[in-house]
Write a protein that binds this ligand. Sequence first.
Ligand code: DX5
Length: 217
Amino acid sequence: MFELCASILAANFACLKREVRAAESAGGDVSYIDIMDGHFVSAISFGTGIVRTMGRLTQKPLDVHLMVENPLPFIPELAEEKVERVSVHYEIPGGPEKALRAIREAGMQAGLVLDPETPNGAAKPYLHGLDRILLMTVCPGRGGQTYLEGSNQKIAGLRSLLDRVGSRAVIQIDGGVTPQNLPEAYAAGARSVVAGSAVFGGTVQSGVAYLRRSCAF
Ligand code: DX5
């Protein structure tokens, strides 16, 4: 299994429809939306209005990454917009338990996000019913960063942990992914890959094709 999630954070919003359709026709599997509130991370990206727009632009599954201090108020609206997956951070005040439960109760797939400095073991109490663990391979809050050293070891460590406890959760990575570093990330256990700059940074088609070729298996 391998899926490429095109992060619209890096898209040219002056022609979003063309960009999204190009990523889709070039082989992007999922449309990935980073919602940032300016508190959990210093940047503000977009609100749920973009989710409604994306639902009209693509038939691909929508994957929403909530980089917000309080994810709960967003969840009913995301469910209304037929979002398939929502990921929340382990690091939010009060912990992710309530938000993960609310995502599942709203009928969406739940993902837990671990920042680079958060150890894999932090995910253990939440593994029941978890569909995805998103390992940040950059510091959250900005696109166009460099893939962090040590990320592949963390991916491999998470793979071993999930195998030990028998979890079906998919390992997803986000941040600084390029055709050069993707093969090793895949070999370490990443099966869902978020890419913004590598997809939208040049011509979308070649970006997606290049990423896909880099991990032809
Ligand atoms: C960081 C964002 C980015 C984005 C992908 O908070 O989550 O990682 O989705 O950006 P690139 O692929 O440009 O690093």
